[in-house]
Design a protein. Sequence first.
Length: 198
Amino acid sequence: MSNAISKVTHSVKNWWVFLIIGILLIIGSIWIFKTPAESFAGLSGFFSILILLSGILSIFYAFGNKDDIDNWGLFIAGGILDIVVGLVLLSYPGVTMLLFSLFVGFWLLFRGIGTISTSFKFKKEGESNWFWILLFGILIVIFAFMSIINPLIGASYLVFTLAFALFLLGLANIFIAFKFKSMKSFVGDAKDIVEDRY
């Protein structure tokens, strides 16, 4: 029993990584809302750094939990994708709106699918409110397709699409972070009870 509890406790450590990523994404979404469409170069650079930081934090989380989570490879893949996309966009600051929209659209698509996958894992574990994570994931995928399919409608359209998608992704990460935190607290209480009994 104690081994099982120890494993679960270990598997939800570093929950704050998702919280930091979520906060960064929400701050980024607010900044994008306030950024005029004309400052596209600034948007590209800011977004590149945001994605890069997200990738580094995702890889940190994955390696910290590689022995205890089933889908740690997905976190590694997501982190590597973030870093690659971030570095490519930083290396080509003059990238056209079309390419920027496609890069970010496919990145959001991957992140949205990952969020949906996470929601079903929470459902399988019997976690309440898993549906909200699923809803966030579906909306992120919708915004990703909007960014991929209609990149030439205009700069302001792109700005608002990205801002909404980042905001939703940030909320999803924060929601997941607190889910992991509550799981850790629950396991900690259960561990105390078991130790008192035995």
